[in-house]
Design a binder for this molecule. Sequence first.
Ligand code: BT5
Length: 250
Amino acid sequence: MWHGEWDVRWLDEVSSTNDYLREQARQGAPEGLVVVADHQTAGRGRLERRWESPPGSNLLASVLLRPACPAEDLHLCAAAVALAGADACREVAGVEPQLKWPNDLLVGEAKVAGVLAEAEFDGDRPVAVVVGIGLNVAWPGPAGAGGTCLDDLRGDAPPVDRRALLDRLLEALARRRDLLDDAGGRRTLAGEMRRRCVTLGQEVRVVLAREEITGVATEVDDAGRLVVETASGPRRLTAGDVVHLRRWTP
Ligand code: BT5
């Protein structure tokens, strides 16, 4: 169990909680700083995509971590936050999301949350990781994007309190935080991801920077990479390789 303190700053409005926290990280802010915003004017997804959310509707939060974790394993920081987000959904809302590798929380086929991890480096050495999560509470995302939100999933049950959700997420992250510091712990995280990963067993089409592959997702390996069996053999994918990963029924 991590014994550091979370220092939560809840802002009315910010461009992006990830941008805010990366700037704080560059200025030397300590691990444990958490920024939450009621509204983002430039919320970001991966690869310059936008993350949208009307003011006050959803949980938009970023966490500053400074783990002793080599660059090639940094995606497990995103996994730790995704797993913590799933725990919080279960404990606070009674909703049990699955992980879509590498960074989405799904309920059925619908996306309830997305995670964006970004690192600051000193030369080759990562010195800070900012992990942002957009968790849909009262608004399911833009029309046509295939999203859902906790309040819709709960039907007539009372609306979910964003503060309670954040508190449980941070508790669940504190339980996993030390796992990031050593290889054995990171294997444990990869194993947890494997057990909760809905992508396994699916036919997938993966868009990479320079090619597209299709195959069956067979494994999340000990490093957290997705193994896809293609016609020309297995491919191991890291989160950074993937532009799109879609379920694919030929
Ligand atoms: C993600 O990107 O899923 C990562 C999203 C991370 C957002 C958080 S919010 C706090 C922190 N600060 C930031 O600036 N970002 C992080 P990606 O897989 O690229 O998905 C983006 C796509 O999801 C968009 O192109 C839309 O199609 C769709 N989308 C946008 N807003 C959505 C929402 N609220 N719910 C569901 N889908 C959404």
